[in-house]
Write a protein that binds this ligand. Structure first.
Ligand SMILES: [Zn+2]
Length: 177
């Protein structure tokens, strides 16, 4: 089952927030690097795609064990009510901007409450080797993510400083023996 196509790169943060289909497609690509969903219950790669009409969220049903799973399973996004696009922007900000002031930046650029943003950052801090954070870090390194946001019709750069060693990922790497 091929993954859905992504729009041309780089993908802006605004696109992730406003285009749910792009957000879901990027989530799948970040989650399964080989491009094929992989059942967390039995490891089979044969599956059916189930798309929620209301939210656009994607689930898979394993053709071997018949259990369902989501690309969020086993990641910081598991059992979170925050929409996929907002989570992906938060992950991009965590990978590409300093950890200092990260919750406020997530609040400002995704529209979640400060409390929610703070909770998201706690999840990220507790899971520095999360598969989505790791994959997003690579995507940021490769320039796949464009750090601009559209504000009242104007494109605003989110990241004004070059990639700094004070990001969450860099700190996690530095603390690993
Ligand atoms: Zn299975």
């Amino acid at each position: 089952m091929p993954a859905r196509p992504l729009p041309p790169e780089p993908i802006s943060l605004s696109t992730l927030l406003m285009d749910a289909a792009t957000a879901e497609a990027l989530l799948e690509r970040l989650r399964w690097q080989r491009g094929r969903p992989n059942c967390p219950h039995c490891g089979a790669t044969q599956c059916y795609r189930l798309t929620c009409v209301r939210s656009g969220g994607v689930r898979f049903k394993c053709a071997a064990c018949r259990k369902q799973y989501s690309p969020r399973r086993g990641t910081v996004m598991e059992r979170s009510n925050v929409p996929t696009g907002r989570w992906l922007v938060a992950l991009a900000l965590a990978a590409g901007t300093p950890v200092n002031g990260l919750p406020a930046r997530i609040e400002r650029h995704t529209g979640v409450s400060y409390k929610t943003a703070w909770t998201m950052v706690q999840r990220l801090k507790a899971n520095p080797s999360d598969p989505l954070l790791t994959a997003m870090n690579r995507a940021v390194d490769r320039g796949i993510i464009l750090f601009t946001i559209t504000d009242r019709g104007q494109s605003q750069p989110v990241r004004t400083v070059p990639r700094s060693p004070s990001t969450l990922m860099a700190m996690a790497a530095a603390s690993t023996p």
